[in-house]
Design a protein around this ligand. Structure first.
Ligand SMILES: Nc1nc2c(ncn2[C@@H]2O[C@H](COP(=O)(O)OP(=O)(O)O)[C@@H](O)[C@H]2O)c(=O)[nH]1
Ligand SMILES: [Mg+2]
Length: 637
């Protein structure tokens, strides 16, 4: 592509009303950013305005914001996507309330660089300009703008404009380009209809890229839309990438159904939620923030109300910071690392901001003592540490989908962190399609639970061979994934902590312990069948002679059958194993002496039993592949 070498930079204006922001943008780009009728009539900026400039390999998308205190919320919708701030301070007025507020907002949003324009310098004499410069230097001391160039300009006389462009270009070279490798995300700041085209949304493309024909998701509500047209910087394009002001013509929706604050995103990747865990910072000039205070919450282009739950504190002091959970009134599409601003509920002024740590946080629970530590890892940890911590707090295991929703990581990042943790034996892949990761500590925990359950089952049911898989699985609660259970079970088997007998799971070493009268009864059953040889008594008859009740007797019989001391040959005939072994011996002798064919009469004669036993026994031998039916006779195999 021809423009891959072009760097895309979003520049946002900031500063008090009437300090010359919009005029300066017009002087730089030739476009007056005020676009609304009312703005033109009143000569003030109410909502965001946009203009573009391409110079020496840099394409600037300017976002011009309103300076009026009543429209700070509109300013916030524009400020969240900017790479560079153009802080506008009129030489004849200097630092005013929205100079401070806008500057605080840029700082809290994590804007890294900027240029300061001392505007209207044609209205100030040399001394005044010198003093202004000193005051501005004092104002930005110790902040991200401490070393930013301060350029005296005048839109009226064109003074300083060339110098300002140079300063912007130098600052643009310093900033990191937005990440085009991540999921496509476009927080929407405008939605309107264009005659003959339908709905168009605009915004600053935060990350990833978008192309004509793509299917994208509108969040909330999670509606899939097709990209019918694309523009960046006022020109139609095939493709737009992170860092560009972008207009998207979407098919299949009325523009009125789309609002500022919604997000266009890669299909099926991100999800809206109403609970975010965050690092919250309070401005030094703000009043203390109380537990459960309500604040206005701004992130991306969204504005809603949040209730603040401080972690481990009742109050946040001015100038301080705390971990907190924000409960939002509306669905928000957030990603770990997103910056946000909070404003006092009333009167509405900016009081702080912070960074999203977990955009899909669990409900705040007092008994969750590991929370602060977990959030600490989300805040400062490496991807590997974060993945491990997430897995360790999740008995269900964590899927790739959940990891993406909570971190915004791409597949490749997840795979490499997971692999490294697997190599270190800290997590295990419970399933690879779909990917489910489980921490070893969680497996150890599940293993303990399963063993305890197996042991209890054994105590409660001493005559049963073990607990069934289904029953054991149920003991983990119904939300445990089958893959997790299967892997945990496999692990216990491997470690020989349990043994598997068909459907039954037994704790290793667990023995069936029989009471003395049961032992006696068991012996009696064995004796009865062993004495009878092949002319066995009926099961009912044998059990009836025992001194214990039928239900227990039945269980004893089951144990003997399972242990293969006795063998069930037909529905109502049971034989002792020795008798059947002897029969096998007899057949072998017969074959040697008389050949491999035997009829029913010969079989009866050989074994000395009646037809009642002979037929089921022969059928049993057929099933066992000791004999094979051939007409009226059997072939001894
Ligand atoms: N003399 C002079 N007036 C200016 C200059 N820049 C802007 N103005 C005037 O200041 C007023 C406010 O400008 P505007 O750009 O709307 O300010 P904004 O509210 O910061 O966007 C307008 O009347 C402009 O004509 C300048 O460099 N010199
Ligand atoms: Mg303006």
């Amino acid at each position: 592509m021809s423009n891959t070498s072009i760097k895309h930079v979003i520049v946002g204006t900031a500063g008090h009303i009437d300090h010359g922001k919009s005029t300066l943008i017009e002087a730089l780009t030739g476009t007056h950013p005020d676009r609304l009728e009312e703005e033109k009539r009143r000569g003030i900026t109410i909502d965001l305005g946009f203009a573009f400039l391409e110079e020496e390999g840099v394409r600037y998308g300017f976002v011009d914001v309103p300076g009026h205190e009543r429209f700070v919320k509109n300013m916030l919708a524009g400020a969240s996507g900017i790479d560079l701030v153009l802080l506008v301070i009129a030489a004849d007025e200097l630092i005013k309330p929205q100079t401070r507020e806008h500057f605080d907002i840029c700082r809290l949003l994590g804007v890294q660089r900027g240029v300061i324009a001392l505007t209207k310098s044609d209205l100030a004499d040399g001394d005044t300009r010198g003093l202004a410069r000193m005051e501005v230097e004092e104002f930005v001391k110790g902040t991200f703008l401490a070393t930013a160039p301060i350029i005296e300009v005048s839109a009226k006389t064109q003074l300083g404009l060339a110098e300002l462009k140079t300063a912007l270009r130098e600052a643009a070279q310093e900033i990191d380009a937005k990440d085009t490798g991540r999921y496509f995300r476009l927080p929407i700041d405008r939605s309107f209809a264009v005659k003959g085209f339908g709905s168009v949304v605009t915004g600053t493309l935060y990350s990833g890229h978008i192309a004509l024909g793509d299917e994208v998701e509108l969040l909330p509500p999670g509606k899939i839309l097709r990209v019918r047209g694309l523009q960046t910087g006022g020109k139609s394009v095939q493709r737009a990438a992170a860092g560009q002001r972008t207009a998207v013509n979407v098919a299949g929706i009325e523009h009125t159904a789309i609002q500022r604050g919604m997000v266009l995103s890669s299909r099926g990747r991100l999800r809206a939620a109403r609970r975010a865990d965050v690092r919250l910072e309070l401005l030094p000039g703000a009043p203390p923030l109380k537990q459960r205070a309500q604040v206005h919450f701004h992130a991306g282009t969204l504005e809603t109300i949040a209730e603040v739950y401080l972690v481990g504190a009742r109050e946040l002091a001015p100038g301080g910071s705390a971990l907190a959970q924000l409960r939002l009134r509306d669905d928000a599409v957030l990603v770990r690392g997103d910056r946000f601003i909070v404003r006092q509920f009333s009167p509405v002024v900016t009081i702080g901001g912070g960074m999203v740590l977990d955009p899909h946080a669990r409900r705040f629970a007092a008994k969750d003592t590991g929370r602060a530590q977990f959030l600490g890892i989300l805040e400062k940890g490496s991807q590997e540490e974060i993945l491990q911590a997430m897995a360790e707090r999740n008995i269900l295991g964590i899927t790739a989908g959940e990891i993406i929703v909570r971190t915004g990581w791409v597949e490749q990042e997840i795979q490499s962190a997971a692999k490294s943790l697997c190599d270190k034996k800290l997590i295990r892949i419970a399933s690879s399609e779909p990917l489910i990761l489980i921490a070893e500590t969680v497996f150890a925990e599940i293993g303990k639970k399963l063993l305890a359950r197996a042991e209890r089952f054994h105590k409660e049911n001493p005559l049963l061979p073990g607990i069934t898989r289904e029953e054991l699985k149920a003991s983990l609660g119904r939300r445990v994934r089958p893959e997790t259970f299967a892997t945990a079970l496999h692990l216990l088997l491997e470690q020989k902590q349990i043994t598997l007998q068909g459907e039954f799971i037994k704790k290793a070493g667990a023995q069936i312990t029989l009471a003395p009268e049961e032992l006696r009864a068991q012996e009696q059953i064995t004796q009865a069948f062993s004495k009878a040889g092949l002319a066995v008594p009926s099961v009912k008859e044998v059990l009836a002679q025992l001194k214990i009740e039928t239900a227990r007797a039945e269980k004893l019989l089951q144990i003997l059958l399972r242990e293969k001391v006795l063998v069930r040959v037909s529905a109502d005939l049971i034989f002792h194993r020795d008798a059947l072994d002897a029969l096998t011996g007899l057949l072998r002798q017969y074959k040697k002496a008389k050949g491999d064919r035997i009829g029913v009469p010969a079989f009866k004669e050989l074994t000395g039993i009646t037809r009642k036993y002979a037929i089921p026994l022969l059928e049993y031998l057929d099933r066992q592949r000791q004999t094979q039916r051939a007409g009226d006779e059997r072939v001894i195999l």
